[in-house]
Design a protein around this ligand. Structure first.
Ligand SMILES: Nc1ncnc2c1ncn2[C@@H]1O[C@H](COP(=O)(O)OP(=O)(O)OP(=O)(O)O)[C@@H](O)[C@H]1O
Length: 254
C-alpha cells in the first residue's frame, strides 16, 4: 500500500505441499497480477490456509516455487501483511491493542527496536482504518472476538504491505463490519496485491476480481480452458474435484 513501492506480483508454479505423507496441495499454478484482489473459497480442509501459508513463507512447498516480484517469500517478509486464520491470546499477556498493532512495524533484526514517530502515526492510522482507535489502550485479553480480529487486521495493514494475505478475516465480525472490511480491501486493491480466503462467497463475489475455488487441492489450474464464466461460484462445486477453479467476477472484470 506504500506509494513508494508498487503492489507485488505473485507467481506459484507447480507447488505441492504435504503434511507428513498426506498431500494438501498438489501441483498448484497461480498467477496474481500486481494490485489484484483475489479470493479463495472452498470447503473445510480444502487447502486455503495451506496455500496462504506457503505464499507468506511460513510453509515450504515440497515441490514447486513461489515468487513475489521474482523473489522467494522469505526475502519479502517485510513487505507482506498476513492475518492468520485464528490467533489465540493468553488473556494475561501484558499487551494493549496498540502494542499488538505496533508489532507489525517491527523489522526482523537482532537489534532491539523502538517505535519512531512515523511508526506511531502508522499505528494510529491502521487503528482508525479498522475502527479501533478508541480501544487502543485496552489490553488484548479484554477484547471481544470481533475487536481482536480488527486488531489483527490493523497489524497486517500497518506496515503498508505490497502483498496482503488474509485468512478468513471476517471471522467474528458482524455483517456490517464484514461488508466494511471487504469495501476496505477493495479500496486497497491496486496499491496492494490481496489474496483472501473466505467462506463468505456472496461477500467476496461483490468485491474480488477473481474467485478461485480450492477443492481438496490435489492439483490446480487457473487461466486455462477450465475457466468459468458463471456468476454463481457454487456452480463450480460440481466440477472436477482436486483443482483450483477460477470464477471471473463479471462486475469487476476490466
Ligand atoms: N499442521 C497440520 N498438520 C497436518 N495436517 C494439516 C495441518 N494443517 C492442515 N492440515 C490438513 O491439510 C488439509 C488442508 O487444510 P487447510 O487448513 O489448508 O484447509 P482450509 O481450506 O483452510 O480449511 P478451512 O476452510 O477449514 O479453514 C486438511 O486436510 C488438514 O487437515
Amino acid at each position: 500500500m506504500s506509494t513508494a513501492e508498487p503492489a507485488a506480483a505473485l507467481v506459484l508454479e507447480g507447488v505441492s505441499v504435504a503434511y507428513g505423507t498426506t498431500p494438501a496441495l498438489r501441483d498448484v499454478d497461480l498467477h496474481l497480477r500486481a494490485g489484484e484482489l483475489v479470493a479463495l473459497v472452498g470447503p473445510n480442509g480444502g487447502g486455503k490456509s495451506t496455500l496462504l501459508k506457503v505464499v507468506a513463507g511460513l510453509l515450504s512447498p515440497s515441490q514447486g516455487s513461489v515468487r513475489i516480484d521474482g523473489q522467494p517469500p522469505r526475502h519479502r517478509r517485510h513487505r507482506i501483511g498476513y492475518l492468520p486464520q485464528t490467533e489465540l491470546f493468553d488473556p494475561s499477556f501484558p499487551a494493549s491493542v496498540c502494542d499488538v498493532v505496533a508489532m507489525g512495524r517491527l523489522r526482523s533484526s537482532w537489534r532491539p527496536q523502538w517505535l519512531r514517530r512515523s511508526d506511531r502515526v502508522a499505528v494510529e492510522a491502521a487503528l482508525a482504518r479498522v475502527g479501533m482507535r478508541g480501544l487502543a489502550r485496552r489490553p488484548i485479553g479484554q477484547l471481544s472476538g470481533g475487536q481482536r480480529q480488527r486488531t489483527l487486521l490493523a497489524r497486517a495493514l500497518v506496515a503498508d504491505p505490497d502483498l496482503l494475505i488474509l485468512d478468513e478475516p471476517e471471522a467474528g465480525l458482524d455483517p456490517e463490519s464484514t461488508a466494511g472490511l471487504y469495501e476496505l480491501l477493495s479500496s486497497l486493491a491496486g496499491q496492494a496485491t490481496i489474496l483472501v480466503a473466505s467462506h463468505h462467497v456472496d461477500t467476496v463475489a461483490a468485491q474480488a476480481l477473481r474467485i478461485l475455488r480450492v477443492d481438496q487441492c490435489l492439483s490446480a489450474s487457473t487461466n486455462d480452458a477450465d475457466q468459468s464464466t458463471s456468476s454463481d461460484p457454487e456452480a463450480l462445486t460440481s466440477r472436477e474435484r482436486g483443482t483450483i477453479h477460477e470464477h471471473s467476477n463479471a462486475r469487476f472484470t476490466p
